[in-house]
Design a protein around this ligand. Structure first.
Ligand code: CA
Ligand code: CA
Length: 301
């Protein structure tokens, strides 16, 4: 196995880990501070970028004891304007990219941009200060590396030059409510709690429904699979609207709305045995799991 000798057996050479180069802002990383503890200081074989996404509960930009990782957060990797790879944090808040996903760059000055969108996280989520304190790298093992774009994105720039060096890029986020989310409701909850609706009408598959009409359909789920899809899609959309994390469900909601636009509207008598439902059922099941608190947001109870 080919290892970088200076990394002491770990595959991540911290000295060349990350270039956070926001125009005139470039950092070269030196030695790790003694006495600091990082959730992740190396990436492992075959991984060229990795890191810890966590809830920076006191908003100091540092990984303090008791601050939890954030699960099911999407990390997007861009080269220029092209989305080249996606990663999702695990239950402990860790993500990684392989050398196949982010191959070494050969053009001088080229880099990958890793981005997390805080606007799809809990309401009020903000990007933690980067390179705290005072934009130095003395706390790099435990500080946040993502830079606030000012538009709700946390961005970091990674120059991958070989397949052996793991670049550790950590992202902290501050949520004013800590890790508390409103929690997801099931179709039954949204059917029986009209006052909890955050909107008075909702657009499903390109068609607007009043809350009252949508609630009628939630109570009228039958063999017609458009009613089944409606019964998971509307609650999923409402659960996102009230501030639950959506990173694990946003693309499914988009796909389900596209499905409703194609095979709906609700009440179009799509059979369970139809080719349409072969496409639709996995979307429904994903949203059903989300609504029951089994994915990236807790159940409201
Ligand atoms: Ca902190
Ligand atoms: Ca760091």
């Amino acid at each position: 196995m080919n290892r970088k000798p200076e990394s002491g057996g770990a595959l991540c050479g911290r000295s060349s880990r990350v270039l956070l180069s926001s125009v005139a802002f470039a950092l070269a990383f030196g030695a790790m501070s003694a006495g600091t503890v990082s959730a992740q200081t190396s990436c492992g074989e075959g991984l060229v970028a990795c890191g810890f996404v966590w809830n920076d509960m006191n908003d100091n930009g540092l990984q303090d004891a008791g601050e939890p990782g954030l699960a099911d957060i999407t990390v997007s990797a861009y080269r220029g304007s092209d989305l080249v790879a996606l990663a999702t944090t695990d239950s402990g808040g860790l993500y990684s990219f392989t050398s196949k996903q982010l191959p070494p760059l050969t053009q001088p000055g080229d880099f990958y941009q890793l981005v997390i969108d805080a606007t799809v996280m809990a309401t009020g989520t903000q990007v933690s200060p980067s390179d705290a304190p005072n934009h130095s790298n003395v706390n790099d093992a435990i500080d946040s590396d993502g830079i606030d774009s000012g538009t709700g994105l946390s961005q970091a720039f990674v120059t991958v030059l070989d397949v052996f060096t793991g670049h550790v890029v950590d992202f902290g986020f501050f949520t004013p409510q800590g890790v508390k989310y409103p929690g997801t409701g099931t179709p039954g909850y949204w059917k029986n709690h009209p006052l909890a609706w955050p909107v008075s009408s909702i657009k499903v598959g390109g068609i607007w429904y009043t809350e009252q009409k949508a609630i009628e359909w939630l109570g009228n789920v039958g063999k017609d699979k458009t009613t089944t899809m409606f019964s998971s899609l509307v609650p999923a959309m409402l659960n996102v609207m009230i501030g639950n994390p959506s990173s694990c469900i946003a693309s499914t909601i988009d796909a389900a709305n596209a499905w409703m636009a194609t095979y709906g509207p609700v009440g179009s008598n799509v059979a369970a045995s139809s080719p349409a439902w072969v496409i639709g059922e996995p979307l429904h099941q994903q949203m059903d799991a989300y609504n029951n608190g089994l994915l990236c947001a807790p159940h409201r109870n």
